[in-house]
Design a protein around this ligand. Structure first.
Ligand code: GLU
Length: 537
């Protein structure tokens, strides 16, 4: 976006952004408004920390690959305490960071606009769920049995890449069965739905995840149980060398997870291979039924399956993987399309019906979200078009699902209207919808402005300013944001409104001014601010 010379702040002769009149030559451009919404003192220099804090509050973290921090002259975010940013630097930062991220974030246009409130709710759920110490760590693979049941992490990432996490969210854990949906996606991308489903069904099995059972036509019931997952391994780049096939799966996880940590736990792999009689039996059973694609090497396929189960990642990264699925296959942090939207649709359908072992039906009923759990205690949950979640807590219930994982999900849908059928019950429940509500009309804009002023919501006021809303708008009675903030005693809002050039003395339909309202309400702080700005009654 082109800037005018009046917006350059480093030259003493030019007008600082915060001094430029919004009514001046032409409308101020968007970057100017964004800068002004943060530069509350009007000095023309913005403390870097304030910008970083504002973005983090909105869920945009400083390690976000879309942010070009170098434009702010920031190499190390720990050194920002005394750093101030000129409008020129800010503008370059906005323009060089990917997409319209910063604009959307500061205008409150991301999918969860009040991310701070959302984060606070998740934290409450995390704290409440942590108290549950029931369940047992899986010990049928000895290495898994050594992980501490104390571990607990919750991470969330929205489809706009707003992130938050709690607990041990950077500790790697084995993905185990959470490899299954991703392997299914990889096979679908290579062979297509029709071919893949010549080798695997789409029905819940109704029996244990490693049961020695196939469906009526001799195929594994679905890709989310062991037999189906072994089958999918036979359909991931079967023409390539084993090392390349494994690399392609790890690479897929990295890309889905925005480039975050994805590793491999060799000890789990060795331990898994040694205790794999049931998986070998399933493999031979399927081979006997001619279920595999022609030319499949059974032992290689089983090895590959054990390796995939032994991939490690963190809760932070798995939440980004889930968010990529929630976003139809495009990674929110890199913008890369990684999976086709039909692939994701198919995968989420099967996660919804088969992702939670023998609790899948109950989970679909109670929580109503596609999810996949693994015996490593990881649980990946997708809220389509909103966000991805990972809950990691290794203590499992007797069906193999993370105890805290399931509890957290139940709490999640008790608070938020995320269950796939909650929309049918809207109006009859008090569930919260944290999603973006757009301002489409003048009436909505007036309401938003007046409500923010009346409730003293400084953050919302900044969003509205960043969107370029007219601060002098009045409702049917001629009441403006200035009147409402004065009546309710919100001096901080009055400060912001005055700094942004709002009229100090508007009159409502009864002839009242904000100062008159403040005096009637004995709002001493507001009276002081207004009187210092030539207010009259
Ligand atoms: N590696 C495990 C197995 O095949 C996967 C178990 C799971 O997470 O469900 O037995």
């Amino acid at each position: 976006m082109a800037r005018t010379s009046k917006q350059k702040s480093q030259n003493a002769d030019v007008v600082l952004p915060s001094q430029a009149s919004p009514q001046g030559a032409g409308l101020p451009d968007e970057e100017f408004r964004l800068f002004s919404s943060l530069d509350t003192t009007g000095s023309g220099l913005l403390p870097a920390k304030r910008l970083i804090d504002a973005l983090e509050t909105l869920g945009i973290l400083v390690d976000d690959p879309r942010l070009d921090m170098s434009r702010l002259g920031i190499d190390n975010v720990r050194d920002v305490a005394d750093l101030s940013i000129s409008f020129e630097q800010f503008s370059s930062f906005v323009q060089n960071s990917k997409s319209t991220l910063i604009k959307d974030a500061l205008q409150g246009s991301l999918v969860v606009p009040d991310f701070d409130a959302f984060r606070a709710s998740l934290r409450d759920m995390f704290v409440a769920t942590k108290k549950n110490t029931s369940g047992q760590v899986a010990n049928y693979i000895p290495q898994l049995g050594r992980v501490s049941p104390e571990n607990f992490a919750v991470s969330a990432c929205t489809i706009d890449g707003q992130r938050t996490s709690f607990g041990n969210s950077t500790t790697p854990f084995c993905i185990q069965s959470v490899c299954k949906p991703i392997n299914y996606c990889i096979a679908l991308e290579q062979f297509g739905e029709e071919t893949v489903h010549k080798h695997v069904g789409r029905e819940p099995s109704g029996i244990g995840f490693n049961s020695l059972a196939l469906n009526s036509v001799g195929l594994p019931h679905n890709p989310m149980i062991n037999a189906g997952a072994i089958m999918m391994c036979s359909m991931i780049r079967p023409e390539e060398a084993m090392a390349d096939r494994f690399d392609s799966v790890v690479d897929m996880w990295r890309r889905l997870g925005g480039g975050g940590h994805v590793g491999f736990n060799n000890a789990v792999y060795l331990s898994e291979r040694q205790t794999a009689d049931r998986n070998f039996a399933l493999g031979y059973f399927m081979r006997e039924k001619n279920a595999f694609p022609k030319g499949t090497n059974l032992i290689d396929t089983l090895e590959f399956y054990f390796q995939c189960c032994s991939i490690e990642t963190t809760s932070d990264v798995m939440a980004i993987v889930a968010a990529t699925l929630a976003n139809g296959g495009i990674c929110p942090l890199t913008g890369e399309r990684i999976l086709g939207s039909n692939t994701v649709k198919n995968c989420l359908s099967l996660m919804s019906s088969c992702g939670m072992y023998d609790f899948s039906g109950e989970f679909a009923f109670l929580v109503g979200l596609p999810a996949k759990s693994g015996v490593g205690g990881g649980l990946m949950v997708v809220v389509p078009n909103v966000l991805g979640l990972c809950i990691w807590s290794p203590a499992l219930d007797n069906l193999g699902n993370s105890v805290r994982g399931v509890e957290f999900c139940k709490r999640l849908v008790e608070t938020f209207n995320f269950h796939v059928f909650d929309s049918l019950a809207s109006g009859t429940s008090n569930k919260v919808d944290p999603r973006q509500k757009r301002i489409n009309s003048h009436a909505q804009a007036v309401t938003a402005l007046c409500y923010a002023a009346a409730t003293g919501d400084v953050r919302e006021m900044r969003h509205l300013i960043a969107r370029g809303i007219d601060l002098n708008m009045a409702d049917y009675d001629g009441r403006t944001a200035m009147h409402l903030a004065a009546s309710e005693g919100h001096a901080a809002i009055i400060d912001i409104l005055i700094a942004r050039g709002a009229y100090v003395n508007p009159r409502d339909r009864w002839g009242n001014t904000p100062l008159g309202d403040a005096r009637s309400g004995l709002r001493a702080d507001v009276i002081t601010v207004l009187e210092a700005n030539n207010a009259i009654v």
